[in-house]
Write a protein that binds this ligand. Structure first.
Ligand SMILES: Nc1ncnc2c1ncn2[C@@H]1O[C@H](COP(=O)(O)OP(=O)(O)O)[C@@H](O)[C@H]1O
Ligand SMILES: [Mg+2]
Length: 247
């Protein structure tokens, strides 16, 4: 059964169509990759799913229920969590306090939030830095904190936006392990946007490719990697140069 269905989704920013009739379905338990050159609309699709921006046209269904016009907090409560491409921790709070703040989305008590935060910190291998201020974390830790904050909301579906960008090779491997464990140990379905091919190709079950807001193709990592349109869309682009900032 599909956990998420996106039907002919459109987003216009003034005269610019950032997302142009994109449709896809994500199966429960899947790791679903979403790739495309810089500016192709990947982050915007995430922003539409959790209603950070209103949808211009099209529909979104979560577990069969239409959520196209729900409020952001309702989407989180229904079970869709996300990370942000540009990580925004509460810098003066500790790592643990940051995760607890996120946990309050589902936990009514301080003790409950602290317990969930402890579990998530453990899972994301942040134990050693749990009591330091989030503002002094290096990039690798900040990216893991971003995942931890999303997991603390106990999502059924997790949207990961370039969580491996800026990491060194060891940290990239660690991120791959954590993402795989989120699915295998926590049973969370994942949509992952990622520029680092090693990450997207090794962990995705299926990959949906967009360029200029439109779908190019969808298939297994092997199918996508040998698709001539995909190769063409990335040749001459800055595809492998890594992260860019959110618009
Ligand atoms: N809030 C916004 N206002 C205007 N244009 C935007 C906004 N957000 C994104 N865009 C534009 O939409 C397009 C897609 O951006 P984005 O979804 O961030 O791309 P990606 O994540 O694939 O790099 C880009 O041309 C970007 O400049
Ligand atoms: Mg983006």
């Amino acid at each position: 059964m599909s956990i998420l269905q996106i039907k002919k989704l459109v987003k216009n920013f003034g005269g610019l169509t950032a997302v142009d009739h994109v449709s896809f379905e994500v199966e429960k338990g899947e790791i679903f990759g979403l790739i495309g050159p810089n500016g192709s609309g990947k982050t915007t699709i995430f922003n539409l799913i959790n209603q950070y921006y209103p949808v211009s046209d099209g529909k979104i269904y979560f577990n069969g229920e239409e959520i196209t016009h729900n409020k952001t907090f309702e989407i989180a409560r229904l079970g869709i969590g996300r990370t942000f491409q540009v990580v925004k921790p509460l810098k003066r709070l500790t790592v643990e306090e940051n995760v607890m703040a996120a946990a309050f989305a589902k936990q009514a008590t301080f003790a409950g939030a602290r317990k969930v935060a402890g579990e998530v910190i453990d899972f994301c291998r942040l134990n050693d830095v749990a009591q330091i201020k989030a503002g002094s974390l290096p990039i690798g830790g900040r990216k893991r904190l971003e995942i931890a904050r999303a997991l603390a909301t106990k999502p059924e579906l997790l949207l990961l936006d370039e969580t491996a960008a800026g990491l060194n090779p060891t940290e990239v491997d660690e991120a791959i392990e954590i993402i795989k464990a989120i699915r295998s140990e926590l049973g969370v379905t994942i949509i992952i946007v990622e520029h680092i091919m090693k990450v997207i190709m090794t962990i995705s079950d299926r990959i949906h490719v967009i360029a200029y807001g439109e779908t190019i193709t969808e298939g297994s990592p092997e199918e996508v990697a040998k698709n001539p349109q995909v190769i063409e869309a990335y040749l001459g682009s800055d595809y492998n140069k890594g992260a860019q900032s959110d618009a």
